[in-house]
Design a protein around this ligand. Structure first.
Ligand SMILES: [Zn+2]
Length: 131
């Protein structure tokens, strides 16, 4: 015997009208993309996806695990990011939209990379010699 509509409504009514809980996006690769400071999803905006040198990261974070969005990184550092803070990984210099155009511009402005993507290591080394 099939249940009546009223019986179904009575059984699932609460589920039916309840608002779903806010969904926090999850990623299957085990990476936690959410900023440890403000909880922003760092995968939403390429400006928030970058690599800094370990010496820079460990000034403000106790472990390599986790992400900081660019705003929180610069707030914690107490200054704007510079080319000398960055690693020379493709993420920081890719001209395609997948790359971080903020870090790419820092590397371009300092002469570490050229618009065609060439890396000028001598310019990168100068950043550390002269501060
Ligand atoms: Zn943040």
């Amino acid at each position: 015997m099939n249940p009546s509509i009223d019986q179904i409504k009575e059984a699932i009514g609460d589920m039916f009208f309840r608002q779903p809980p806010p969904v926090k996006r999850t990623y299957s690769n085990g990476v936690d993309p959410f900023c440890k400071c403000c909880n922003k999803d760092t995968f939403d905006d390429n400006r928030d996806y970058y690599m800094v040198r370990d010496e820079v990261w460990f000034q403000i974070m106790p472990t390599k695990k986790g992400m900081l969005c660019m705003d929180c990184l610069e707030t914690k550092l107490g200054r704007k990011l510079t080319a000398a803070d960055l690693t020379l990984c493709p993420l920081n210099m890719d001209p395609l939209p997948i790359g971080n155009q903020y870090t790419r511009q820092l590397l371009l402005d300092s002469g570490v990379i050229l618009p065609d993507g060439a890396v000028i290591l001598a310019e990168y080394e100068k950043l550390f010699i002269h501060g």
